[in-house]
Design a protein. Structure first.
Length: 452
């Protein structure tokens, strides 16, 4: 029996009994509507790995539930099509909802907002939101699910009751409320992530112009965008957030554990990130109900914004208590160990090396340092040379020795022959001992077989 035939059985042949259907593979279906006349008393669609249901008419909902329809449960299925619930009951468990096309990517590439707005209207006029809930008696429960890349918004709640837990809404777009728009009804959003959604006008993640919205239990809004209310645009209705927030974040709650928000815009990530230099690593109320978070960052570690686990300071740096970023050891000092807590823990640079930005580097041939704590190497003076790196002194040229910097033929200007190069080398060797020279003339004569 095909899935389309299974739905025909649900509608007319189930004799008021519950129906459980195992979905395997991919299936393309025409729009399905379940009503009070549907024969089944309750419907379960359980998907095996890779189960996909595709709407053959993207401009219409894939599944419509109206008043009196049996309660429907969808689990472990990828839906490429919209769902409309009107005075009916629906449960989504571990469902992924996505569009059939890459239109969302086209929107992302439209750089100017006016161009994106025009393109959005073109796309959204031909597709509904992923989940539309209307009718005061609608009951929808969504858990462990993902709504992504929709160009007409992920969830719209006009009436009814929505419970959304442990779910993700990401990269969705709408005119208002890229992830969710609430104009009526009651929404409970717990332990969810609304990330990288976008709105053409307002409410990048969440737009509320009616109804009740309760955010709670580590729900977070991240990197959303809109001209007005990048995270939230709240104009009418009610909005609250109940602790705990995610670790590394906070809300200012003066009494209790619930914050009732006034109509406003939120243009930063929400709840707020602990400031750089602080760590928030606890769900305790007194460590989440204000900008103080848990404590200052521990010495030897650094804490950027929204830190829940401090990061160790690396080699060549130190971190005092409350550091937002590592501090490099001062010039002339270095370190090859981690978790330093002060400049005094850095070591003095050894002779024969130069130390900058916390790193010790051997002096190159032709240079030296004869004291500790140096940040630069000193070139060998005229009349001296040094063939090795990492040295503390240069060697004086003796009678009969000269030297000069060398360029091998491969490094010469294009077109210079090897013969011409060695004539040049003879000339340089006869000029005498020069500053910053690395190899004496005798060594060159022996290496190259040159005459005196």
């Amino acid at each position: 029996m095909s899935l389309e035939q299974a739905f025909e059985y649900i509608q007319s042949g189930a004799d008021h009994k519950p129906v459980n259907i195992r979905v395997t593979g991919a299936h393309t279906l025409p729009p399905i509507t379940l009503t009070a006349d549907t024969s089944a008393s309750e419907v379960w669609l359980d998907g095996d790995e890779g189960a996909v249901i595709i709407a053959n008419t993207p401009t219409e909902p894939l599944l419509t539930l109206t008043a009196g329809a049996p309660r429907v449960h969808l689990a472990g299925i990828k839906l490429l099509g919209a769902v409309l619930v009107n005075n009916a009951r629906l449960e989504l468990i571990n469902v992924t909802s996505a569009p059939q096309s890459t239109d969302r990517r086209r929107l992302g590439k439209a750089s100017r907002r006016n161009a994106r707005k025009a393109l959005y209207r073109q796309l959204s006029s031909s597709s509904p939101p992923a989940l539309l809930i209307t009718g005061g008696s609608s009951e929808v429960v969504v858990s462990g699910s993902t709504f992504e890349d929709h160009s007409a918004g992920a969830i719209v709640l006009a009436h009814g009751h929505l419970v959304l837990t442990d779910s993700v809404m990401q990269r969705n777009l709408a005119v208002n409320g890229g992830a969710m728009r609430v104009s009526g009804g009651h929404a409970e959003v717990s332990d969810c992530r609304l990330e990288k959604n976008d709105a053409i006008e307002s409410g990048g993640a969440l737009h509320i112009d009616g109804g009740e919205v309760e955010l709670s239990n580590r729900t977070v809004l991240l990197q959303n965008s809109a001209p007005s209310g990048k995270a939230i645009d709240f104009t009418n209705g009610s909005l609250s957030y109940s602790l705990p927030v995610p670790i590394g974040r906070w809300l200012l709650i003066t009494t209790g554990t619930t914050l009732a928000l006034e109509p406003s815009e939120q243009n930063s990530d929400y709840p707020f990130a602990c400031s750089p230099g602080l760590v928030g690593d606890s769900f305790k109320t007194d460590e989440q109900n204000g900008p103080w978070c848990s404590r200052a960052c521990d010495a030897g570690y650094h804490c950027p914004s929204a830190t829940s686990v401090p990061l160790p300071c690396g080699k060549g740096t130190y971190c005092e208590q409350g550091s937002s970023a590592p501090t490099a050891c001062e010039d002339g000092t270095w370190s090859n160990t981690t978790l330093l807590t002060r400049q005094e823990d850095c070591m003095e640079c050894p002779a024969g090396q130069a130390c900058s930005a916390g790193e010790a580097v051997d002096c190159a041939a032709g240079s030296f340092t004869n004291e500790m704590g140096q940040s630069e190497c000193t070139p060998c003076a005229s009349g001296s040379f040094q063939s090795d790196s990492g040295q503390t002194a240069c060697v004086e040229c003796t009678a009969g020795e000269t030297q000069a910097p060398l360029r091998f033929p491969a490094d010469s200007a294009p077109g210079v022959s090897t013969r011409a190069f060695f004539h040049l080398l003879r000339f340089l060797l006869r000029r005498g001992c020069r500053q910053n020279n690395a190899v004496p003339r005798r060594e060159l004569q022996w290496h190259f077989g040159l005459g005196g």
